[in-house]
Structure formats: C-alpha cells, structure tokens
Write a protein that binds this ligand. Sequence first.
Ligand code: TMP
Ligand code: ASP
Length: 235
Amino acid sequence: MEKREQLYEGKAKKVFATDDPDVVLVSYKDDATAFNGLKKGTIEGKGVINNRMSNFLMKILEKDGIPTHYIQELNDRETLVKKVTIVPLEVIVRNVAAGSLSKRLGVPEGTPLREPVLEYCYKDDALGDPMVNEYHIAAMGWADDETMEKIAYYALRINDLLIAYFKGANVDLIDFKLEFGKTSDGTLVLADEISPDTCRFWDSETHEKLDKDRFRRDLGGVEEAYQEMRKRLGF
Ligand code: TMP
Ligand code: ASP
C-alpha cells in the first residue's frame, strides 16, 4: 500500500490517502490539546502508545463481533484503516461519575453510576461539541434511527468487553468516548481511537489517574501514566 497526499490534520492525528480509495493511513502525533484546543502541549511518546493501544483493543473487539475500521498496523505511529464517513457525534459511555458529568450534575467524581450512561455530543469545535439527544440527531439528520440503534448497542457492548478486559490489568474504566463511521458500502464501524486520550483509566486500588486527565489538570507524571497503561496491557 502506497502512502499518498495528506487529506486531513486533526489535533492528535494526520490522515493520508493511499493508492486504495477505500483505505487511509492514520499517523499518530505526540501533540495534546484540552478544552477544545485552548490548552496545548506535547506528550512524549503518546502517538506510539495511542496507535498501539487503539489497534490492540480494536483487534480484541473485532474478535468479539464489533466491526471496526482497523486493517493493519504499519509501524509505531502509522496504521491502515478503512476510509469512513464519520457520524458527527462523540459517543460517551460512563460507568463512574467524573469530568463534565460531575460538574453538570454536582455528583462527586468517583461516585459509581447505577447503570452505564450514554451521552452524545455533536462534533463541532466552533460550538465546543455541545451535548445533544436522539431527537436533535434525528431532527438534524446527523444519523438515522437504525444507525443510532446500532451505535447504542455497540457502545454498551464495547463497554462490557472493555470493563472486563481492563479489570485484568487492575484498571477501572471510568468513562470513554467513541466515534463511528460508515464505509463506502454503508457498513457502520467503530472508528477513531481508544486510548488514554479518549478514556478515563483509574488504578482499581489507589484510584490513581492513568490517562489524559493528568495533562488536562496539570497533575504531572503524564508520560509515565501512558507508559504504565502500556505496561499493564502488555502490548
Ligand atoms: P468529559 O467528562 O470531559 O465529558 O469526558 C468524557 C470522556 O470523553 C472522557 O473519557 C474523555 C473523553 N473525551 C474525549 O475523548 N474527547 C473530548 O473532546 C472530551 C471533552 C472528552
Ligand atoms: N480533544 C479535546 C480538545 O480539543 C479535549 C480533551 O480531550 O479534553 O482539546
């Protein structure tokens, strides 16, 4: 597969065309942003860890029946994935109160939720990714009902699989963000990434944060947290 022109540069990744119109090459950067790009920095080695963790987890999910965009890891930072049209939603799954849910509802961080909570945000940087519900999504035509049913089913199934998986690494999956896309034949697949940038990981015993919150909140030990997750998962 031949790497061709750059199609897009996001906050954490670049996307390149290949000689196959249905395949793109994703290249993970060490750049980190928070608060919708307001805070900027670098997390040394993050691109390598996010690339490898995301691929590692997507392979596990595929085996358990979740369709993903993953095709092939090329090297430390680059992966071939199916070209998709992204459903313009951030799909958030929460198991324990933290972050914006804690702020919005006044629930202390660390409070277990009685059941998983699904949230949707409309992907629009200029608007700050506002939270929306199924009615907004249908009314604006961002995704049809059948697609949303699949997204909800996959997101909750992924949550079950990942909770069980991370438990083995002594890590609690507090919450995470997913994105879905449609391939050229219309198949809905899990896209984007699953990494410490897009999940909250807490040590099961000490509740130490092992994710991007260390960067967002200036807690220090950012690189070490990413490395610790790599060590625990053993990829
Ligand atoms: P939140 O509590 O800030 O809404 O974040 C919920 C989860 O979503 C958390 O695991 C971090 C992840 N997330 C992203 O991946 N990208 C984002 O832009 C935001 C705001 C959160
Ligand atoms: N990705 C988000 C940003 O644009 C922030 C975050 O992950 O908190 O800055």
